[in-house]
Design a protein around this ligand. Structure first.
Ligand code: ATP
Ligand code: MG
Length: 434
C-alpha cells in the first residue's frame, strides 16, 4: 500500500479480532461508573482552542507542544487533548451546575496529542474518565479514587500502585513558587528554552519537563507538600485516613504534580511497571479553580482519566481474562438456486429474533462451506439441498457434539423452523426447560 495512504503515525486500528478486549474494558468501566452513580456524557471531538489554553494551561507541554489545531475557513479549533475541559464547558453551557449537586458524569472518548509515538504513547488514544462537580469533601476524593481502584480490581489487574500527593491551592503556592524560582534560578544556564520562560510564568511546570537535564535538576527541587496551608494539609490528612479505613493502599509520592495546570490539592496516579516506561494507567485529582477559570461560579470539582490502550496492554501482559465474543448460532449451507432463496428467508427470520445467522454468499461448494462454518465457530449447521427443499425437512447438526435433529423448514407454522430451533438451542444450552 502506498505510504501516503497508510494510517497516520501514532494512530491504531482496532481490528475485529481485538475488539473483544475493548468491549471488556468498556463494559467494566461503564458498569462501575454507573454503580458509583456516574452518568454518561458525550461531547464534541473539537473545541475552541482557547478552552484548552485556559484550562489545561498555556505553559503546559500539552498546549505548547502537543495540540492538533485545525482550521476551516476563518475558524480554528483544537482536537481535544483530554476530556475534562470539554466536560466542564458542557456543564456550564447546559446549566448543569444549577441542578442538584454533586453532578457526576463519565465518558469514553478519543484524545489527540502530538507526542513521540512509542509503546503506550500514541497520537490518537482513548480515555475513560469521570468528572464530579460540587463537592469539596475529602469523601468525594475517596469516592473518585475508589472507583478507579474498583475498575482496576475488576479488570483483574495486579501490582498497580496508587501514588498520592497534594499540590495545595493558590494560597500555598505563592510561597512555593518563590522557593522554586529561587532553586531553579541558580541553575538557569542549564535549563531548556521552554523552561526558561516557564520559570517566570509558572515555575511548577519545570517539575514535569521531559528533558533529561531539567528533570535531573528537578529531582532536588523543593516539594510542594512542605508548603501546604493548614486547610490543604487538613484535607490531605482526612483523605489519607478515609483511604486507610477503606483498605485502599497508597503511597504518598511528593513528586507527583501532573502535567495539566488546573489541578489543586489532591493529585493521584495508578502506576504499573509491567508495560515499560509509560506505566501510568490512570491520572487524576482535584481542580477546584477550573470552573471559575472558565467563567462559572466557583465550584470544587475532581476526576480522573484512564488510558484505555495502556489498560489493555497491561491486561495482556498480565494474562487477564477478556470476554468471549458471541459466535454464529446457525450456518446454512444452501446447494442450488431454490435453496439459496430458502436460506435467505430463514436467515432473515432468525436474525430478526436475535440469533446470529450466516449463509453462503460466495457460491462455494459444500466442503468449503463447512470449512467456513467451522472457522466462524458456528454452533449449528443445516444443509439445504434439493431433497430437503422437496421434503420440507432438514437435519440440524450441533457442530460440537455431532448430534443431528430433524427440523421442519416451514417458517410460518407453529413447531416450524423457528420454534424447533429455539427449543433445541436453549434446551442444549441450559438443559430442558421442563
Ligand atoms: P504521561 O505522563 O504518560 O504523559 P499524562 O499525565 O500526560 O500521562 P493525562 O493527561 O493525565 O496523562 O491522561 C490520563 C491518562 O491517559 C494517562 O494516565 C495515560 O494512561 C493516558 N495517556 C495520556 N497520554 C497518552 C498517550 N499519548 N497515549 C496513550 N495514552 C495516553
Ligand atoms: Mg503526557
Amino acid at each position: 500500500m502506498a505510504q501516503n495512504l497508510q494510517r497516520p503515525y501514532g494512530t491504531e486500528d482496532v481490528t475485529p479480532d481485538r475488539i473483544r478486549k475493548w468491549h471488556t474494558v468498556e463494559q467494566v468501566v461503564s458498569q462501575n461508573a454507573e454503580a458509583f452513580g456516574f452518568r454518561e456524557i458525550r461531547i464534541p471531538t473539537f473545541e475552541n482552542t482557547d478552552l484548552f489554553m485556559r484550562s489545561v494551561g498555556e505553559t503546559t507541554d500539552v498546549v505548547q507542544k502537543e495540540m492538533y489545531t485545525v482550521s476551516a475557513k476563518q475558524s480554528t479549533f483544537t482536537l481535544r487533548p483530554e476530556g475534562t475541559a470539554g466536560v466542564m464547558r458542557s456543564f456550564l453551557q447546559n446549566g448543569l451546575l444549577n441542578e442538584a449537586l454533586p453532578i457526576k458524569v463519565y465518558y469514553i472518548l478519543s484524545c489527540f496529542r502530538h507526542e513521540r509515538p512509542q509503546a503506550g504513547r500514541l497520537r490518537e488514544f482513548h480515555q475513560f474518565g469521570i468528572e464530579m462537580a460540587g463537592s469539596a469533601s475529602p469523601y468525594a476524593d475517596a469516592e473518585v479514587i475508589s472507583l478507579a481502584k474498583s475498575i482496576i480490581d475488576q479488570l483483574g489487574l495486579k501490582n498497580i500502585e496508587l501514588n498520592l500527593n497534594s499540590i495545595g491551592c493558590p494560597k500555598c503556592r505563592a510561597n512555593y513558587h518563590l522557593a522554586l524560582k529561587e532553586y531553579f534560578s541558580t541553575r538557569k544556564d542549564e535549563l531548556c528554552e521552554t523552561c526558561l520562560t516557564r520559570l517566570e510564568r509558572n515555575p511548577m511546570r519545570l517539575l514535569d519537563c521531559k528533558s533529561e537535564i531539567c528533570s535531573e535538576i528537578a529531582k532536588d527541587a523543593p516539594l510542594i507538600i512542605d508548603y501546604l496551608c493548614d486547610e490543604c494539609a487538613e484535607h490531605f490528612e482526612q483523605l489519607k485516613s478515609i483511604l486507610c479505613a477503606m483498605d485502599i493502599d497508597f503511597k504518598v509520592n511528593p513528586k507527583i504534580v501532573r502535567g495539566l495546570d488546573y489541578y489543586t490539592r489532591t493529585v493521584f496516579e495508578f502506576v504499573t511497571t509491567d508495560i515499560g516506561a509509560q506505566g501510568t494507567i490512570c491520572g487524576g485529582g482535584r481542580y477546584d479553580g477550573l470552573i471559575e477559570e472558565l467563567g462559572g461560579k466557583a465550584t470544587p470539582s475532581l476526576g480522573f482519566a484512564m488510558g484505555l490502550e495502556r489498560l489493555i496492554m497491561t491486561m495482556e501482559n498480565q494474562g487477564c481474562d477478556f470476554i468471549e465474543e458471541k459466535k454464529c448460532d446457525l450456518y446454512i449451507c444452501p446447494m442450488g438456486e431454490k435453496a439459496y432463496t430458502e436460506a435467505a428467508k430463514i436467515a432473515y427470520k432468525m436474525r430478526s429474533i436475535g440469533h446470529e445467522v450466516a449463509f453462503d454468499t460466495m457460491n462455494r461448494g459444500l466442503k468449503a462451506q463447512m470449512k467456513y462454518a467451522n472457522k466462524i465457530g458456528a454452533k449449528y449447521v443445516v444443509v439445504l439441498g434439493d431433497n430437503e427443499i422437496e421434503s420440507g425437512f432438514a437435519k440440524l447438526k450441533n457442530m460440537a457434539s455431532g448430534e443431528q435433529f430433524d427440523i421442519s423448514l416451514d417458517l410460518s407454522s407453529e413447531n416450524g423452523f423457528v420454534d424447533s430451533f429455539v427449543n433445541i438451542y436453549y434446551s442444549e444450552a441450559f438443559g430442558s426447560l421442563e
